[in-house]
Design a protein around this ligand. Structure first.
Ligand code: SAH
Ligand code: SF4
Length: 418
């Protein structure tokens, strides 16, 4: 049974997740998915291969796992026939379990997935004319409780492991039938590498915008994205990957330096009062600090702008003044910015409504008139609750009364401690 590393801290304290690279299995085999190539080599050496063999086999197996999407050692045709059962006895190639797969009328697909220890989470695939975006989860639930977000009301939270994160990408490739086909005699086969380009692919982009705050699960997200970007495997360019954060300021510079993907920031409000209310993390890392971290984000430039997400909440954050203030702030910090206006997606019990289409349009125009692109994001997959902020697994529901009781208990503990 996996160590679930539950995080019970609701909100204002940065959780310290315990990173683990191997999830033990009851059958004693080790799941290789999520491990870096060097770790696979070490494990092969520990299992008895000499250094040279371990290195070669790790390279071959890695290629099969991430370039070809194979889940069975028996299919690894360039590995000696006698070696394949030896590997299968000791190692395993896992995928998250699929509990349910749904298809929206607009083509969006949502999968309800389950970890080996029974936690449910979701991933969403959004096809467009010129690209296909996979929206990947980083945690089961989220500790941050943004008031407009359904995921924020979830009870149980644990970090997803690197294997469970990269596993979503592998599973999407499986479902979309997107692994390179054909025989493969050796690693250098030219015909094979020519097949592997992003042209005509369904899955071209990845956004870390599913359940959870990715920067509160930094090491595991980094480990998974390194595998996604590895040229010997999935080989997706960092330019096609975007990580969205609600504003975990201390982790932002590391994200740029160590992962190097595009950054999206859930800004959503331009005054302290309103942002404190709708994104409670703002009480810890305020707007100025956040925008300064954006200005300092490694790799940001006019060619690679930072996306500012702004959810349109009726009579809350959607006035002309708010739009002007947004422009002023982005200019003050000299940010290479684009703004993404997200119509609020409703969910049962939400305290907000979506702004009217006219209001959203006017807001967009004001920002645009000042030279900043501000498209309105078309909600996708609303009919299957796959749109931004609607992700929440049924198994994790808890009552309002229960949440209030827990909040009161936490406050009492804090008062006693302080
Ligand atoms: N936790 C990260 C990434 C996941 S959320 C973050 O907050 O940035 C992806 C985006 O959807 C965020 O910008 C989030 O604020 C937004 N969102 C959440 N709930 C929403 C809702 N009900 N309607 C529209 N957008 C929402
Ligand atoms: Fe968590 Fe993001 Fe939802 Fe906020 S918007 S509760 S950070 S998933």
């Amino acid at each position: 049974m996996a160590d679930t590393t539950l995080m019970s801290i609701p909100g204002q304290v940065d959780p310290v997740p315990v990173a683990r690279d191997i999830t033990p299995r009851t059958d004693g085999r080790i799941d290789l998915i999520g491990l870096p190539k060097d770790r696979i080599r070490e494990l092969f050496a520990e299992a008895g291969l000499d250094a040279k063999q371990a290195k070669l086999r790790a390279k071959q197996v890695f290629h099969w796992l991430y370039h070809r999407g194979v889940t069975d050692f028996a299919a690894m045709t360039d590995i000696a026939k006698t070696m394949r059962p030896w590997l299968a006895e000791r190692f395993y190639i896992g995928r998250p379990d699929v509990v349910e797969a749904q298809h929206s009328t607009d083509g969006t697909r949502k999968w309800l997935l389950r970890t080996s220890d029974g936690h449910e989470f979701e991933m969403v695939f959004i096809p467009d004319a010129d690209r296909g975006t996979l929206c990947v989860s980083s945690q089961v639930g989220c500790t941050l409780n943004c008031r407009f977000c359904h995921t924020g009301t979830m009870k149980l939270v644990r970090n997803l492991t690197p294997g469970e994160i990269v596993g979503q990408v592998l599973l999407a490739r499986d479902s979309l039938g997107e692994w390179p086909k054909g025989s493969m005699a050796g690693l250098d086969e030219v015909e094979d590498s020519a097949e592997y380009t992003s042209d005509g692919r369904l899955l071209t982009n990845i956004v870390m915008m599913g359940m959870g705050e990715p920067l509160y699960n930094f090491d595991n997200v980094k480990g998974a994205l390194k595998l996604v970007m590895d040229g010997d495997g999935l080989a997706l360019s960092k330019r096609r990957i975007t990580l969205s954060t609600s504003g975990v300021v201390p982790a932002m510079a590391r994200c740029g330096e160590e992962i190097g993907v595009n950054l999206a920031v859930s800004l959503h409000a331009v005054t302290k009062e309103i942002r404190d209310e709708i994104v409670p993390l703002n009480k810890k890392y305020g707007i100025e600090e956040l925008l300064q971290a954006c200005a300092d984000y490694p790799g940001a430039s006019n060619a690679r702008r930072i996306t500012f997400e702004y959810v349109m909440l009726k009579d809350k954050n959607d006035s002309d003044e708010h739009a002007h203030e947004l422009v002023r702030l982005l200019k003050q910090y000299d940010l290479p910015a684009k703004v993404n206006l997200i119509p609020f997606n409703p969910w049962p019990g939400a305290a907000y409504e979506c702004s009217t289409p006219e209001r959203v349009k006017r807001f967009s125009e004001i920002v645009f008139e000042h030279g900043i692109s501000a498209p309105v994001r078309t909600p996708r997959g609303r009919d299957i609750d796959a749109a931004c902020g609607q992700l929440k697994t049924a198994a994790e529901k808890k009552s309002r009364a229960q949440r209030d009781r827990e909040a009161a208990a936490a406050e009492a503990t804090e008062a006693a401690a302080g």
